[in-house]
Design a binder for this molecule. Sequence first.
Ligand code: GLU
Length: 430
Amino acid sequence: MSQLTSKDADATETDESSESALMTARRQLKRAAAHIDVDDGVVERLKHPTKVQRVSVPLKRDDGELEVFTGFRAQHDDVRGPYKGGLRYHPEVNAEECIGLSMWMTWKCAVMDLPFGGGKGGIAVDPKRLSNEEKERLTRRFAEELRDVVGPKQDVPAPDMGTDAQTMAWFMDAYSMQRGETTPGVVTGKPPVIGGSYGREEAPGRSVAIVTREAIDYYDWNLDETTVAVQGYGSVGANAARALDEWGADVLAVSDVDGAIFDPRGLDTKGVMAHDERPGMVSGYEAPQQLSNEELLELDVDVLIPAAVGNVLTANNADDVEADLIVEGANGPTTFAADSIFERRDIPVIPDILANAGGVTVSYFEWLQDINRRQWTLDRVNNELESEMLKAWSAVRDEVETRGVTWRDAAYIVALNRVATAKGTRGLWP
Ligand code: GLU
């Protein structure tokens, strides 16, 4: 496919919810690079993905009709280890989005100091339109099309929007059948019975909660008196909300695609089923008040956690946000322009590449368990996740304190320093 030029993504555009992940990712890279002494050539290399695979995925529908979908796998950088990142099934998946998201994975793995680089892929398809059997056939064929570019030492996919543990099981099975050997390490986020890790499913939400707790402590607030609103009650949002609720915070509002529910005395986060547990349960829940998703973002709470989709906090609503702290559960929920508004308004934003990095961190634990063919207990997973999150948190916090930069810039500085040093040390071949 044609290489995207920097011009495409660097173009100055008005802030719209259509800002592409690649545009945002490149602007963030440029901003972070300005803070540190990093070789221009290295930054230029990091603006571009190493490789983007574009494949056709034909599917025989249950009614016998044939439909052809388009799939992608963007591999941004592997200087620190195999490409790592999710596969999403969503109608809006395209090459540029995958490249931007793969770049974020490079930083996410580096900020966590994991021996991985960044990848992301997916299929432009609405998974809700497919039967389970169709999803299985589509996934198996996709695995076959990507067979040469993925592998435990090359590129290790994982679940993302629209995919789950079962999708990973089919992918792993298809890959293993073709290789003639069971290869659990080709993907992470599998069910524990075939080499998945306990705690992987809850991990992104858990890390959002851990980081929120640390931020509350950093600003000398009290978790028991903290109010929280969570946009998106899927795996990330529900797990974050439930952990924070358990640790004493009051979760006042949560939402799914159809709308939000609000209880000024705090919701029973376990009683409200997550969107993937029971679709429609959130907006259908009997709460004192129903709100729209937009209204949720502007609630007067202490902490706002956007955990649904990208680009929900934009120049159009950033001035109306009343929360005192934003913790990003989704990937890329804040546009570049909204970020500047929050900086001007002194509202700290804890970035996705740190906050939801628990997912890829437990993916790393899973990959280690697969290599060693030995499963860890849930306690061990959660203890090690806690300690990895605290380590990353303190590296980022140190940059915030010494340089007086935003949390996002600080996380990028930590990540870019690690990636650029590895690139400089390895050098350019040939
Ligand atoms: N899709 C997840 C993310 O955006 C997880 C990636 C992984 O575990 O490889 O971080």
